[in-house]
Ligand binder design. Structure first.
Ligand code: BV8
Ligand code: ZN
Length: 262
């Protein structure tokens, strides 16, 4: 019996065909690509101390101004959760794809741009370079003068840290709800989405803007939109739905590409 991967009409084959003929590919990842590494996704129910809080209610500047200790403790807790987590086969497959500087069927070098909404560093641990639209869980800066805070931090401690330059509180260098995205990363993402022939959305519920608007931007410029998610968003913008876990689909996809891309 034909499995999905063998059936030439399957979404998997359609995706491979679209990618091997694409000169430019833009990949956007969300929390779902890190799920198989053991990092809860952004909308997973929180656990323990934090089960009565919604991430959106803590990841915003008003919450930090209202109760800096609560928000800082939440990030310190998340850091203890994430610090021992490692990349999974999906992260490694993306690195392998880009690292092999693939060329298309017509022999042109294929350009692959990786954009992430995630604040973990699992793409970097796997060797990839990713543009971070929402910042970095491991970086900190002053909430007032915005100077980076680079002293080592004990993630087990909840003690609020004070900026040596202005006495302000130290906060994670992360984009909170209601805050602008880092200009350089956002412009890089907009350019990559508007120029690509194929846009692949991996492990995101496509709820948070402006990142969730990138697929529509790519589509408006003629790109084919592929989604990798075990729970399809069924967004009208998606052309090819690859229903499944990133850790299963990405290695199979890159293996199929390797057969077609030199
Ligand atoms: C902005 C850092 C301009 C925090 C994050 C009022 C005022 C201002 C703006 C707004 C407003 N009202 C609405 C907005 C826009 C707002 C927004 O979009 N809100 C949503 C809730 C509607 N956006 C903003 O505020 C942005 N800024 O607009 O600035 C501005 C500024 C001022 C005034 C006006 C305009 C800033 C958004 C950034 C927020 N920060 N993260 C932190 O991490 O602590 S966003 C947060 O959500 C995470 O970064 C996460 O990456 C992101 C998206 O979530 P997902 O990655 O999609 O994760 P999720 O859990 O939702 O889904 C996981 C998916 O994986 C699921 O689909 C699941 O099925 C799938 N999955 C599970 N397992 C697997 C899998 N997939 C594959 N394989 C698996 N194994
Ligand atoms: Zn300061």
């Amino acid at each position: 019996m034909n499995t999905a991967a063998e059936n030439p009409q399957s979404p998997f084959h359609q995706a491979v065909h679209a990618i091997i003929s694409a000169r430019k590919v833009c990949i956007l990842t969300g929390a779902g690509i890190s799920a198989e590494s053991g990092i809860p996704t952004f909308r997973d129910k929180q656990t323990g101390l934090w089960e009565n809080y919604r991430a959106e209610d803590l990841a915003n500047i008003n919450a930090f101004h209202r109760d800096p200790q609560l928000v800082w403790s939440w990030y310190q807790w998340r850091r203890t959760l994430v610090q021992d987590k490692k990349p999974n086969p999906a992260h490694h497959a993306l690195f392998e794809w880009v690292q092999k500087t693939p060329s298309t069927q017509s022999g042109q070098t294929q350009e692959v741009v990786l954009i992430t909404q995630n604040v973990d560093d699992l793409h970097e641990q796997a060797g990839s370079t990713a543009a971070h639209l929402h910042g970095h869980l491991w970086k900190n800066r002053c909430a007032d003068c915005h100077k980076p805070y680079e002293a080592p931090i004990d993630y087990q401690s909840d003690a609020l840290l004070i900026c040596e330059h202005c006495g302000g509180y130290v906060r994670p260098d992360i984009v909170w709800f209601g805050e602008m995205l880092p200009q350089q990363a956002w412009q890089h993402a907009e350019l990559a989405a508007s120029e690509c022939d194929v846009f692949i959305s991996i492990g995101t519920s496509s709820i948070v803007y402006p990142a969730a608007g990138l697929a529509g931007l790519a589509k408006s410029h003629g790109a084919t939109i592929i989604e990798v998610n075990p729970n399809p968003t069924n967004a009208p913008v998606v052309d090819i739905q690859l229903e499944g876990k990133a850790g299963d689909i990405l290695p199979a996809l890159v293996a199929a590409l390797n057969d077609n891309l030199t």
